[in-house]
Design a protein around this ligand. Sequence first.
Ligand code: ADP
Ligand code: ZN
Ligand code: ZN
Length: 729
Amino acid sequence: MSSPNILKVAIPSPVFGLFEYTSESPIEAGCRVEVSFGRQSLVGVVMESSQHSDYPLEKLKPVKACLDKTPILPADILSLLKWAADYYQHPLGDVVASALPKLLRQGEAAHIAEDIYWQASELGKTQGEALLKRAPKQLALLNTLLEHSPLNADRLNALREKWRPAMAELVKKQLVDQFRQNSLPPLQHKAVSPRKLNTEQQQAVDAVHNSLNQFKSFLLQGITGSGKTEVYLELVSELLARQQQVLILVPEISLTPQLTRRFEQHLGIPVAALHSGLNDKQRLNAWLMAATGQASVVIGTRSALFTPMPKLGMIVIDEEHDGSFKQQDGFRYHARDLALVRARNQNIPVLLGSATPSLESLYHASHKRYALLKLRQRAAHQSSTPKIHLLDVCQRPMQDGLSDILIEQIRKHLSEQGQVMLFLNRRGYAPLLMCHACGWSTDCPRCDAHMTLHHHSRRLRCHHCGHERQAPSSCPECGSEELHIPGAGTERIEVALRQLFPAARISRIDRDTTRRKGELQQKLEQAQSGEAQILIGTQMLAKGHDFPNLTLVGLLDTDQGLFSSDFRGPEHMAQLIVQVAGRAGRAEKPGEVFIQTHHPQHPLLQTLLHQGYEGFAEAALAERQQALFPPYAHMAILRAEAAQRQHAMTFLQQALEQYQQQNSAIEYFGPLPAPMERRAGRYRAQLILQSENRKALYSLLKACTPTMGKLPGASRVRWSLDIDPQDVY
Ligand code: ADP
Ligand code: ZN
Ligand code: ZN
């Protein structure tokens, strides 16, 4: 009998290292296998196969089943995942699992499911209009199919509401053909003829074009509206002509429908969108279409980085500064940083785009690690960059968080048919409720935080742990009915605006008003069409949306961000201000921006106003250098949380001692309680590790992390390691 094959399998478990199994017939790396693991049966991925094992063969179990005939993860993805597991010191099994769509993790077969498609029939094309004179809904749907076709339910849902009854009629009348298919049919609409690029756009395109088929990193720094997307489109067309694939990562899910449509219209091909709005089947299908090379363009959020693409020719990271590229729990990877690794491995260019690049990326550009490409002007010739005013609100009359000057401005812009957007990064009615008589306030019983008042539902809700209860009408401590409501959230602003401007159409966009499926999309469409005259929203409004009528932007409360304890606080604040301001005046009408603050002399605001984002970035980088913060040093945080304060601190102290025995050039800060120490009833603490020497930090963590769970205090805490942390408080 020939010796069995030894398989090293990555299994989704918190244990570091691979597990060995045997198999009669050889199984290639990248195939899934079903194996018994303890008492469970799990799906793992073969990482290596060999003839040798350090264990006695009779101790190894045979795999129960092999689920793939050919690898579902190709060698390049396997090596990227290995690199990432090693760099982020995270168990490889968990890393591999996070690269797979859920259905593949669960063992589902890796083939593309059939889907139903509709397209206009010959009869529909020639006589639809005449035959549907009395059926406007059906005609409208037929016209959609004539514009881009064929369409499946997923695409139709993105384009039209409640289309199914009309479609059934159209099929019955034979104006539309319905068919099933298990591959992505080509779109039949005509590609939009490309715009003539301006000089800077053309220079950017040429620079990347000259580096196709080699690894090179580019930072495309272009102000909002400067035509960065147009640059991506031009390059993508070029790659398509060379039969290559392109991967585009974007921060937010709410951005993808717009962007996906723009790419499809421009390129005349279907784009595979990988986002959390898909159900498991759709996600698997899109993933497989990319992996089989059927989809030439993939647009997706963070985890789309791991999609296999056999003919990948370029990676684009849009809004590269955005924090959502960093995963904040479990496998804490940064998709932008890993994109550079993938591009280097595959010898292709990577293009990072932003109006407000991260300080890290600007640092790399200034050290010539990235080629810097700049777009300094808005592309559409009519529009100009908005004028920014600082509004000193000290001592000024305020009404529910709105200063009198801002209210006047809103009135003026509305009367001139402009659109107004107010930005406040705090949802709910007010951040707390407070007793005027005794000072009692609505503290969360489980967190070191206040509970937010939600007016409409009359409830108090903790935004950190979700704890909620009825808002009291009198003080539970002293019985006083004089309850004071300090501060304002988006809900309160909305209520105030409805009183001030009863005739205006007002739309609030935050997590509370966009919970239901389709709600966000609908609200964004109303904002875009100009149907909504005043928009009030959080973070969600700050990103990439294009509102052509917007003329006035108000930032209601920037002071919080000015005094953040996170060393990245000022950077995030500056990015937010510039991004939000960039929403104004995108079409013919010029834009104005008002920033309400109690600290108009704050250096961050002054530098930003007078020297722009670049001036700010230069000053901020100089500060980071002086304080030896990233990118001038490398950082990791070991966090622990426990039911008792002492347990978290003890574990971190033990970890610190273990680190110090290794004797390397590392600075330690802590262990210290986290700034918000208690959250959801658990105490949190952290130990910061920092070094100018990345290798020293890496070796230390590599030596200590796999055995961290064996420290005596480990069983009483939940601990995690965050390498290159984005949120540091
Ligand atoms: P960004 O991605 O930098 O915010 P976009 O690519 O969305 O900018 O471009 C902003 C607007 O300018 C869009 O409406 C786009 O169609 C238009 N635009 C871009 N490039 C050109 C160009 N070369 N000529 C005319 N209009 C352009
Ligand atoms: Zn009281
Ligand atoms: Zn809470």
